[in-house]
Design a protein. Structure first.
Lengths: 201, 589
């Protein structure tokens, strides 16, 4: 019990430290310009929140930007300049940051909220689309080592990713799963499901 | 009093794999088809979605997808000196119910039988002489050959999108595939699934012993696939919930993914669920079916007249449907006369467990129903049986199908059955054990059969099916021999301890083995030893076709689904091109 208590205190301390933004690695300066001082992302544009995303996922994305499996001119230039060690350090740093409150976002319409909720939890038989949460976890909270968190992510970013899966400029998923799903969604579905996830705490 | 409905061209009893494929073929050819399903409709969305579909207690332990055996069990006994009793809890085998049938909860292993299997009696006599077989065995040829079925196997695999690697393309042996397979006209539609670490260790050990490992053909798909019906399927994510569960991802091939949307969109087809068919009705000559009688969920009785009746139920239910309808002479084990219920057989399953040190990480939870690496060197007649005293064999495979927390906890012999000792052993071995499946053939013998139970009835007052079965001596000898070969592979993998568990008698319904019940309405060329002809048409009532693993004269070393799919298309062709153009006996008696 004593040992457990000690661990809890330590965890609390490290979370508090990160919340204050203490000691980001020097290399994070390049990230902060677009992804915010605390990894919260940027409402304007499609710069995702990084804070609280799993280290495995963030590290893999940086590798995929570098290899071209994920296509983005800015990120691929930055990722190519990172060595294994720096990449891992940055991924660990952002993974440990507390998840910020969702940034200001456009609230989904009632119809979007309903359709988004349906796609997230249940899927759509007519389109042969399974529920997003099957892989992305309860309420889109993410599954470490497998699928990123969607809850509270910025809608323009999520929509841009679904478009990238459709267009093939992003192809770093296992088994083409995301391209299979994205290709069966239309623009209204994308607007609905991204607005829904952006609205989740 | 049954309400009489408007006559249709075809009634299909049971809308599972066979029923949905055949109904689609006939509806597309312009015939009016009614499908009668005793269970409910169910689709990938919303019924099969997470997290509900991963409820191990509900689906694995309590068997939520299975035939309701509070209303419709079977009775079982090992031999005629015993009294059959109702099986009130499925364990040994798991017949499903509902739209899509048992295939909804299958594992996806999609094999072809070998050419030899279809002519087993003839080829065994030719190779080993007349006196080789135990005289109790009643194995026989199928009346159809591999070459005749090959195009239909091909069509079925492309319908499902099966992931595998050809081993024999038109007679040319292909490296990396199964060199023992009979020639196939083209490769599988999709490449094999990824190999597990357990499969990689198996491959290395099997190769070192001179065997021929290959990836198990799987209908949990390795990549996105659009089938010839235009239906799109997804890549399997190795969630580890296949057998006993439905797939949430459109990645395991089931009627829901490969045919039902096309069938249900055809206005020539009408699906009726909640319909318990009581019998196939015959006219006064008993040589012609007039339709079927069923009771719906509200308890109302209907008569559905039809020109053609197809019974496409799970194997044991096909037998019962014929017995309840008075079609074909029931088998009498005393005289050996009669055919319905004769040659009931099963599958002879053994296992080998290889226990490793803790530095060998297996991750058994990363699994699909059919991903694995296996050999056919001891399957079927792929090895010389001279002097062995048995026929048949088993495939041996390191097949990771699940590592689920309630049901999967391999422990070595001597482990306490409960308490701290058991828990410690589960923790120690869970992630460091490789289980081989030894999937063995099953011969038919005169003592094994199915008939109507003299005592017990179902919820509608009809007699239950009674199964009388024990393992033939032949099959137990086979299990002993092949399990010893499996143990050698386990040792060659470098396991610290290897434990072989060859299947032993007596057969019990209380331990899960496999849902591969076969026989009872077998096919053949001789009406005195078969219920249906080579086109699965009843010898006695030619406008009744019986399609299911119940037509297998005996069971081969592989999972039966692929062969049943091939037979389904074989019958579809016979119906469309022969029978429906000129109804009557397709084979003269």
């Amino acid at each position: 019990m004593k040992h457990l208590l000690g661990t809890l205190i330590l965890l609390g301390a490290s979370a508090a430290q990160s919340a204050q933004g203490a000691a980001p690695p020097a290399e994070a300066a390049a990230c902060q310009a677009c992804h915010g001082a605390h990894g919260e992302g940027m409402v304007d544009g499609d710069k995702p929140r990084l804070a609280g995303q799993s280290a495995f996922y963030l590290d893999k994305q940086l590798r995929d930007f570098a290899s071209g499996a994920r296509d983005n001119a800015i990120m691929s230039a930055i990722a190519k300049g990172l060595n294994d060690q720096t990449r891992a350090k940055l991924a660990a740093y952002y993974a440990a940051l507390p998840v910020p409150a969702p940034l200001e976002h456009k609230a989904p319409t009632a119809a979007q909220a309903q359709r988004g909720h349906q796609l997230a939890l249940e899927g759509a038989e007519a389109k042969r689309v399974q529920a997003c949460n099957n892989c992305h976890g309860p309420d889109g909270s993410g599954v470490a080592l497998s699928a990123p968190a969607l809850a509270g992510q910025l809608a323009p970013y999520l929509a841009a990713q679904l478009k990238s899966w459709q267009q093939g400029s992003r192809k770093n998923d296992a088994g083409n799963l995301m391209s299979s799903v994205a290709n069966r969604l239309d623009d209204a579905d994308i607007a609905a499901v991204t607005a829904y996830y952006a609205s989740l705490e | 009093m049954a309400q009489r409905l408007k006559e249709v061209d075809v009634v299909v009893i049971g809308v599972g794999m066979v029923g949905s494929i055949l109904a689609k073929e006939l509806a597309a050819a312009g015939y009016k088809v009614v499908g009668l399903e005793r269970g409910s409709t169910r689709f990938t969305v919303p019924e099969f979605q997470s997290p509900g579909i991963h409820d191990e207690l509900r689906f694995d332990v309590r068997k939520a997808l299975m035939q309701d055996n509070t209303r419709e069990p079977v009775t079982f006994r090992n031999n005629t000196s015993q009294t059959g009793l109702p099986v009130r809890r499925w364990e040994s085998f798991l017949p499903g119910t509902g739209l899509g049938g048992s295939m909804v909860h299958w594992n996806g292993q999609t094999f072809r039988f070998q050419a030899n299997d279809f002519e087993l009696a003839t080829r065994t006599r030719e190779r080993y002489g007349k006196g080789f077989l135990d005289p109790d065995l009643t194995i026989q040829d199928w009346g159809v050959t591999y070459d005749e079925l090959e195009p239909h196997y091909d069509r079925f695999e492309y319908l499902l999108g099966t992931s595998g690697k050809a081993g024999n393309l038109k007679g040319q042996i292909q490296p990396g595939g199964d060199p023992h397979e009979s020639p196939r006209s083209r490769d599988y539609p999709t490449p094999p699934q990824k190999e597990h670490y357990s499969g990689a260790l198996f491959r290395k050990a099997a190769t070192s012993l001179g065997y021929h490992p290959f990836p198990q053909p799987s209908s949990n798909l390795s990549q996105p696939y659009t089938n010839p019906e235009g239906l799109k399927m997804n890549t399997c994510v190795f969630c580890g919930f296949c057998e006993r569960y439905a797939c949430e991802h459109y990645a395991k091939s089931t009627p829901q993914t490969f045919i039902l949307p096309v069938l249900l969109a055809n206005s020539n087809f009408e699906l009726r669920t909640g319909c318990q068919v009581q019998r196939i009705n015959l006219d006064s000559t008993k040589k012609r079916a007039t339709g079927v009688t069923y009771i719906d969920n509200a308890g109302r009785e209907f008569e559905q007249p039809a020109s053609l009746v197809i019974t496409s139920l799970f194997a044991i239910n096909n037998i019962r449907m014929l017995l309840l309808s008075g079609i074909g002479k029931p088998y009498d084990p005393g005289t050996g006369k009669g055919v319905v219920g004769r040659n009931y057989a099963y599958q002879t399953m053994s296992t080998v467990a290889s226990f490793f040190d803790e530095d060998v990480i297996i991750n058994p939870f990363m699994a699909s129903g059919a991903s694995g690496t296996m050999i056919n060197d001891y399957a079927g007649d792929n090895f010389d049986h001279s002097g062995l005293g048995f026929i048949g064999g088993a495939f041996i495979g390191a097949v990771n199908t699940n590592g689920r927390p309630i049901q999967y906890h391999p422990t070595p012999p001597g482990t306490p059955a409960w308490g701290k000792g058991w828990k410690d052993a589960v923790v120690k071995h869970y992630n460091h054990t490789i289980m081989f499946s030894l999937h063995g053939s099953s011969t038919s013998q005169k003592q094994n059969y199915a008939d109507l139970d003299p005592t017990y009835k179902d919820a509608w007052g009809q007699p239950l099916l009674r199964i009388t079965f024990d393992f033939p001596k032949n099959d137990l000898k086979m299990a002993e021999y092949v399990t010893a070969r499996g143990v050698e592979i386990g040792k060659a993998m470098g396991a610290k301890q290897v434990v072989g568990s060859p299947r032993k008698g007596p057969y019990t319904t209380q331990i899960y083995q496999t849902t591969h019940n076969t026989g009872g309405t077998v096919m053949g060329n001789d009406p005195s030893t078969s219920v249906v002809n080579r086109y699965l048409q009843s010898w006695d009532v030619p406008n009744v076709f019986v399609i299911g693993a119940s037509v297998y004269p005996q069971n081969a070393s592989w999972n039966p689904t692929g062969t049943l799919g091939a037979l389904t298309y074989w019958v579809a062709d016979a119906l469309k091109n022969k029978y429906l153009k000129n109804p009557g006996h397709l084979v003269s008696t």
